[in-house]
Design a protein around this ligand. Sequence first.
Ligand code: GDP
Length: 191
Amino acid sequence: STGRLGGLNVSESGGVVDAKNLRVKLVLLGDSGVGKSCIVLRFVRGQFDPTSKVTIGASFLSQTIALQDSTTVKFEIWDTAGQERYAALAPLYYRGAAVAVIVYDITSPETFTKAQYWVKELQKHGSPDIVMALVANKADLHEKREVPTQDGIDYAEKNGMFFIETSAKTADNINQLFEEIGKRLPRPSST
Ligand code: GDP
C-alpha cells in the first residue's frame, strides 16, 4: 500500500500489533544520492526506477514481510525525499522509529563519513532500543569502489549495528536487508 504525506505530522507508529504481527516505523538516513529511494522502490515495488523519485515532502510506503518463524513485520518506511538538507527537521523524522537504515555509497567516502554522523545522532537522540542497519549501497559499482567492505564491517561492529552491502540496481541483498532487520526486532513477550 502507498500513501503520500503532506507533511511530517503523521501519527507515530513504532508500534507493535501483537507478538506475531509487528508494525514498525523505519527511517532512511544518508546523503542525497546514495540510493535511499531506489532501495525502497526495489523493496516495495521490485523495480529500479531512478526517475520516479518524489521531490517534495516526505514519502511514505509500507511493505509487509513474513519471517521464517511465521512472524509478520509491516515496515512503515519514511524516506527523506531530499529533506536531508534540513537538519533541524531530522528529530521529527526519526522520532518513534524502531528501525534506522543508514545508507552510504561505496564509491563515495564522503557519504560514509556522513553515515557515521547519522549513527552518532541516533545514538544521542533516537529510541534507546532502535535497530540500526548500516547499508553500503551501489555494490554493483565495484570498479569504482572507494570504501572498503571491511571499513563498513568494522564501523558497524563497533557500534552494534547490522551491516550489509546492497545494490538497488541489481536487487542484490535488498530483501535480505529487510529480513535481517525483521529478525533483529525486539519481540514483545506473548501473554
Ligand atoms: P537518494 O537521494 O538517497 O534517495 O538516492 P536515489 O535513490 O535517488 O539514487 C540516486 C542515484 O543513484 C540515482 O541516479 C540512482 O539511479 C543511483 N543508484 C541508486 N542505487 C543504485 C545502485 O545500487 N547502483 C547504482 N549503480 N546506482 C544506484
